[in-house]
Design a protein around this ligand. Structure first.
Ligand code: AKG
Length: 324
């Protein structure tokens, strides 16, 4: 060992990363390498951390949310969906969806109603969150002849108590039509606005939780042919109605089940986007489809972000129902 030491000169590096030093008696000593950081650098670093913390601190969650594309509730471990302050949208916290579902879906499938059996629908679409358009599915419904804005107005105004009815099942969404405080306002529209001859466009949706109206509405439509006969019959249909222009803003729902929507009057363009938590699996590529009178679109609105737009020059009117 001493032989080895003598062959090395003072300050020469040893294999273990230390440095040899010779003391005044001529002995060798090994010391670990020390990196000296100057005091001003340490102070600058600490100052930087403090200032950075003060500046970014209150916003770090916002910054993370922006990067992620959704707002995460750390306490309840769910994604916060909030109204955007304009009075439309629903405030709730949802669990992230299963991104395997959207990973293989690049477009909205389409069938003519005669080509879609109950079995095929049950196997491939009903419970898979795979969106679907079924063409010419409602051409025989009475609604196609008789249902319009004025039919609804007559039903709702037939008894002054109907519009006052309220329950947990009732909801009314005015989207961007801020002038409508409630459903009653929709039926006070002057004719020229229903016929879109003048004035601003409007768009609303609501649950037909008003029993007398729901009963009459049920005479206008039936369970779509591709839905299993043992599926629970519809109980409270929803109506969406409005003039050409923006329909629903992009949003995700917090409802019980998947739903179908039958286009009775007008033409509607749908845009579906995978949920933001699935960005790395499904991307954010939008899928679009256009539905015409007689068509049905089937969507799990709890899974897909969806937005609508009314195109053409006619008012749009649809009946929607959940199914199990
Ligand atoms: O029909 C529309 O314009 C919107 C429908 C919708 O948002 C829904 O069914 O959840």
């Amino acid at each position: 060992m001493s032989e080895l030491r003598k062959r090395k000169s003072s300050g020469e590096r040893e294999e273990n990363g230390g440095i040899n030093h010779t003391n005044k008696n001529g002995d060798f000593r090994t010391r670990s390498e020390i990196t000296v950081v100057s005091l001003p650098s340490v102070i600058s670093l600490l100052l930087g951390i403090c200032i950075g913390g003060i500046i970014v601190g209150p916003w770090w969650k916002d910054i993370l949310d922006t990067v992620r594309g959704y707002r995460w509730d750390y306490k309840n471990r769910c994604i916060m969906e909030s109204p955007n302050g304009d009075g439309y949208g629903v405030d709730f916290c949802r669990l992230p969806v299963d991104c395997n579902t959207c990973s293989g879906i690049r477009e909205i499938d389409e069938f003519h109603v005669n080509d879609l059996s109950i079995e095929l629908f049950a196997e491939k679409y009903a419970y898979s969150s795979r969106p679907l358009v079924v063409r010419n599915a409602t051409l025989h419904w009475k609604a196609m002849q008789d249902l319009d804005y004025y039919w609804l107005k007559n039903q709702y105004l037939s008894d002054p108590e109907i519009l006052d009815y309220n329950s947990d099942e009732c909801w009314f969404n005015r989207y961007k039509t801020m002038e409508f405080r409630n459903l009653a306002a929709v039926f006070k529209l002057p004719d020229y606005r229903v016929r879109q001859e003048a004035g601003k466009g409007w768009y609303v949706g609501w649950a037909v939780c008003h029993k007398p109206v729901a009963e009459q509405l049920f005479t206008m439509f039936e369970r779509p042919a591709f839905i299993h006969p043992e599926s629970t019959p519809p109980s409270k249909p929803w109506i969406f109605i409005g003039t050409p222009g923006p329909g629903a803003h992009s949003h995700i729902d917090n409802v019980d089940l998947s739903s179908w929507q039958a286009q009775i009057i007008g033409v509607k363009k749908w845009t579906l986007t995978p949920p933001p938590e699935c960005y790395w699996t499904c991307g954010n590529k939008q899928m679009e489809t256009t539905v015409y009178p007689g068509d049905i679109i089937v969507i799990n609105t709890n899974y897909w972000f969806h937005a609508t737009q009314i195109i053409g020059d006619q008012l749009s009117l649809v009946i929607t129902n959940e199914y199990d």
